[in-house]
Design a protein around this ligand. Structure first.
Ligand code: HEC
Length: 163
C-alpha cells in the first residue's frame, strides 16, 4: 500500500512537471514571432495597407535582388508614414510594425519578404506562398541588413529611396 501511494505521488509529480512545461511553451512570447505565425500574418490582407494606398501598382524591383513587387504595411507601420507617405527621415518604426513585400513572377505571387519590429530591432524572413521557408526568422540576417543599410534608408527600409 505504501509503495502504491509512493508510486501515485511520483506519477502525479511527473504529470505536474509535464503540464507546467507545456504551459510555459504556450506562454513563450517568441513563439508568436515564429515563421508560421509571421507567414499567417502575411496572408491576412485586412491587417495591411498597400504602399501609397495603392494595391494595383507592381513595382519593377530593379534596385534589389527580390524582383517585381507590391508593398504593404500593417496598420501600426502605416500610421507612421507621415512624411508624404514615407517614414520621416531619422524616424524609427515602433515595435509591432510589419512590412511585407509580395514578390511576383509575372502575375503569380512567388514569395513574401518581410520585416517585423520586435524589441527595437527588425526580424527578417522570406517564405513562398506554400510556406517553404526561404529565410527563417532564426537565420543570420546580415545579408539582409548589409544591403538595407545603403545610403538613404529610413530605419533600414529601402523602398523609400526608390519609390
Ligand atoms: C542586394 C540588396 C538587398 C538584399 C541582400 C536584400 N534586400 Fe530587401 N530590398 C532591397 C531593395 C533595394 C528594396 C527596395 C525595393 C526595391 O526597389 O526592390 C528592398 C525591399 C525589401 C522589403 C520592403 C521594405 C523595404 O525595405 O523597402 C523587404 C521586407 C525586404 N526587402 C526584405 C528583405 C529580406 C528579408 C532580405 C534578406 C533575406 C533582404 N531584403 C535582402 C535590397 C536588398
Amino acid at each position: 500500500m505504501k509503495l502504491f501511494i509512493q508510486l501515485s505521488l511520483i506519477v502525479v509529480l511527473f504529470a505536474a512537471i509535464l503540464y507546467s512545461c507545456t504551459k510555459d511553451k504556450g506562454r513563450d512570447p517568441s513563439l508568436a514571432y515564429s515563421d508560421r505565425a509571421l507567414y499567417d500574418s502575411c496572408k491576412n490582407n485586412s491587417a495591411f495597407v498597400f504602399y501609397k494606398n495603392d494595391p494595383n501598382t507592381i513595382y519593377p524591383g530593379t534596385n534589389g535582388p527580390h524582383g517585381t513587387f507590391r508593398l504593404k504595411f500593417n496598420h501600426q507601420a502605416f500610421s507612421q508614414l507621415t512624411d508624404n507617405g514615407k517614414l520621416p527621415v531619422g524616424g524609427t518604426f515602433a515595435n509591432g510594425s510589419m512590412i511585407v513585400k509580395e514578390i511576383f513572377s509575372g502575375s503569380n505571387l512567388k514569395e513574401y519578404a518581410l520585416m517585423y519590429k520586435l524589441s527595437g530591432s527588425w526580424i527578417w524572413a522570406e517564405y513562398t506562398p506554400g510556406f517553404n521557408v526561404k529565410h527563417s526568422v532564426k537565420s543570420d540576417h546580415s545579408i539582409c541588413t548589409g544591403c538595407h543599410s545603403q545610403a538613404g534608408n529610413r530605419d533600414l527600409v529601402t523602398s523609400f529611396i526608390f519609390h
